[in-house]
Unconditional design. Structure first.
Length: 269
């Protein structure tokens, strides 16, 4: 058994503005917007940064294969941002999140959510996230997501997990040595969860959802609540929907540049 989550996008332009802010390298600012429900506006928008962020939304490549790979990487970044925004919406005051990859081709943990005790420097739970934007969610869950989760479950990626956890713990104000010691708790499976997030066609019922995430229970020795299954349902062309989102992100970036002025970085900034 697992814990199921269904995600839905109700305001594409608002989502695009948040992703545009993340693409500018301002995830901390985006987190404040989500937490405080502030207007979605970039902290600053220098022309060079906007150009780089817009380039990340473009599909590149001289061949059809290279363009397909470029699109997959671009859409993967957009979906990772959606996953991060959902986690940020659900986060408490003592919850710390790994920022989305700015480089869409980056490897390593897709996401990490670390929850600390309300008063003590102790990890209550660390959630390892795998986010897959794909037209073949079942195959990718079985071959890719479960392979990575299994490695984590067997502590084969322990150094990466502990290092990323310690970095997030330091955001709470705990010093380096104490943060490293606190991070070691994630090696204990009692304080660890897994969240697999997949794009999906509409699922008809609980049986269809169970079939999509079949095999999740192979991560044994933990509670069902520690195996989280999330889906973003797309009832149209997956790549077409993400192209609409990418176009909206570009529009948001242009709007930020117009709103904040085409200032270039100088020695006084």
């Amino acid at each position: 058994m697992t814990t199921g989550l269904d995600w839905a996008v109700t305001d594409l332009p608002a989502l695009a503005r948040l992703i545009a802010i993340i693409a500018l390298g301002q995830a901390d600012h985006a987190a404040r917007i989500v937490d405080a429900l502030e207007p979605s506006r970039a902290a600053y928008a220098y022309g060079t940064l906007v150009a780089d962020a817009k380039a990340q939304m473009a599909i590149r490549g001289a061949t059809a294969t290279k363009r397909r790979v470029s699109r997959i990487h671009r859409d993967g970044f957009l979906f990772e941002c959606i996953s991060w925004i959902v986690a940020r919406q659900e986060a408490g005051a003592r919850t710390f999140l790994k920022d989305p990859h700015i480089d869409a081709t980056s490897h390593g943990l897709d996401g990490l959510i670390v929850e600390l005790d309300a008063t003590e420097p102790k990890v209550v739970n660390a959630t390892i996230c795998e986010d897959k934007c794909t037209i073949a969610p079942r195959a990718l869950f079985r071959k890719d997501v479960m392979a990575k989760f299994t490695d984590h479950h067997q502590n084969k990626r322990a150094r990466d997990l502990v290092a990323n956890t310690a970095a997030l713990i330091r955001e709470s104000g705990i010093d380096g040595t104490s943060a490293s010691r606190a991070a070691a708790r994630v090696l204990n499976k009692r304080y660890r969860s897994y969240r697999a997030a997949l794009t999906s066609k509409p699922l008809t019922d609980a049986v269809a959802r169970a079939a999509l995430f079949k095999g999740y229970s192979e991560l044994g020795g933990i509670k069902p609540s520690q195996r989280i299954a999330a889906t973003l349902t797309i009832d149209k062309s997956l790549r077409g929907w993400f192209q609409l989102l990418a176009d909206a992100v570009i529009t948001a970036l242009d709007d930020f540049l117009e709103e904040l002025g085409d200032a270039e970085l100088d020695d006084d900034v």
